[in-house]
Design a protein around this ligand. Structure first.
Ligand code: PLP
Length: 434
């Protein structure tokens, strides 16, 4: 039986409560049922197609229905789909862990599996606190950057700093402190922010367990970018005060910024790294927390000393998800993805030049495959982002601005022509709709 968009939308509204959505909006704005997808294109039930310019919330790095990943999952499916990871293991989990240890910064030698980004953040926080406890150094505070985003479970929300998501739940959250993020990409603002960090550490350093950062780009906080010197300085200072540095590469990891991991720009060795999103090429939920032998060894002792890390999720290290992740990493090797991204990034940058002349545009910036067009402060109640979203969608492009910030984060398999289409559409949206 064939369905139309309209029939499915109505059924959807009857049953589904959508994420990050005021459901009443959908009295006016249609929900689009997607029937199938290939490469950068999504197809709905009425035969319309849309370029997925945001990689479906930043996960789908090699496009949809990627033949290589599809085949690897199909092969694995007939062997083993999932097995408990306590007391048991499986080949994809082992192979993936080995690969991750090889490609991440030196010192990150242990892989702890989970199944989504927020959980990975929770795990890193718990491990850091527990590590200090195990070495008789109780530290109950976490430090993070202003304007940061680390997920939306209670612990992850606590270290985040995006008011829109956080303010309602403040009475429930952990005690955390924020230090100012560098205000722009200049070296000067990195150094200014390091001074603030040092002042906080001088005062509270001995009670802080970990400092968690999104390296170089703060995603949900409006794709805010800062200079790599800040990461180098933060690594030095945290070391000096015995504080763990957690690098949350959930959004920036896997080639998004023009290197495999954003912290490679600063050549730092963090104590923890959290990964998810692009990890499985956008196929299946999976996340990891990577850490050092030093952290691992602080938990390693006889059972009755009760120092083990007793944390688990039902789907931890799912076999099919690990298989998708291995296939994803193999594509990076086969296709020289990082090099190709540099070229695509250059092409996106060329496309951005003309936006500087638009009166409603405040700032344009780009790092790797993250291109940002930030509009001038227009009253949020006017919902400019929503207007851009609707306009672009009607012309076959999916963008999902964060407030007044329009960003393009396409799958890495996108062509230059498709990039042009995306930027032309955004340009026309700004000219015609604002
Ligand atoms: C998306 C994101 C998370 C949360 O991941 P989920 O899988 O959505 O829970 C955490 N940190 C960063 C930097 C993210 O971009």
């Amino acid at each position: 039986m064939e369905f139309s968009n309209k029939e499915l939308m109505q059924k959807d509204i009857n049953y589904i409560w959508h994420p990050c959505t005021q459901m009443k909006d959908h009295e006016q704005i249609p929900i689009i049922p997607i029937k199938n997808a290939k490469g950068v294109y999504l197809y709905d039930f009425d035969g319309n197609k849309y370029i997925d310019a945001i990689s479906s919330w930043w996960v789908n790095i090699f496009g949809h229905s990627n033949e290589y990943i599809n085949n690897k999952i199909k092969d694995q499916l007939d062997l083993l789909e999932h097995v408990i990871l306590a007391g048991f293991t499986h080949k994809p989990a082992i192979d993936l862990a080995e690969k991750l240890v090889k490609i991440t910064p030196d010192g990150l030698n242990k892989v702890f599996y989970a199944d989504n980004g927020s959980s990975a953040v929770e795990i890193a926080l718990k491990m850091s606190y527990h590590y200090h406890l195990n070495v008789n150094d109780k530290r109950t505070l976490f430090l993070s950057l202003s304007n940061s985003y680390h997920g939306e479970t209670i612990g992850a929300l606590s270290v985040g700093d995006v008011e829109l998501y956080k303010k309602t739940y403040k009475p429930l959250l952990l005690k955390c402190i924020q230090t100012p993020v560098p205000k722009d990409q200049t070296l000067q603002s990195a150094n200014d922010a390091l001074l603030s960090l040092e002042n906080i550490l001088k005062k509270d350093g001995s009670s802080i367990s970990a400092f968690i950062v999104e390296p170089l780009v703060q995603g949900a906080g409006g794709m805010h970018m800062y200079h790599e010197e800040y990461l180098r300085g933060a690594r030095e200072l945290t070391k000096k005060y015995g504080i763990h540095l957690i690098v949350d590469e959930i959004m920036t990891g896997f080639g998004r910024t023009g290197k495999m991991f954003a912290c490679e720009y600063a050549k730092i060795e963090p104590d923890f790294m959290t990964l998810s999103k692009g990890l499985t090429g956008g196929y299946l939920p999976l996340s990891v927390v990577m850490t050092t032998d030093n952290v691992y060894n602080a938990f390693y002792c006889d059972y009755n000393e009760f120092k083990a890390f007793l944390h688990s999720h039902s789907y931890t290290g799912n076999t099919l998800a690990c298989t998708a992740a291995i296939a994803t990493l193999e594509i990076f090797e086969k296709e020289n993805t990082i090099e190709k991204n540099v070229e695509l990034s250059r092409h996106m940058k060329k496309n951005m030049a003309r936006f500087d002349n638009l009166k409603n545009v405040k700032n344009c910036r780009i790092l790797g495959m993250i291109a940002v067009i930030e509009l001038t402060e227009i009253d949020v109640k006017k919902r400019v982002g929503l207007k851009i979203y609707e306009y672009a969608l009607s012309r076959g492009v999916l963008v999902r601005p964060l407030g007044n910030t329009i960003y393009v984060m396409p799958p890495f398999i996108i062509t230059k022509d498709e990039i042009d289409t995306i930027f032309d559409t955004i340009y026309n949206a700004i000219v015609e709709k604002l």
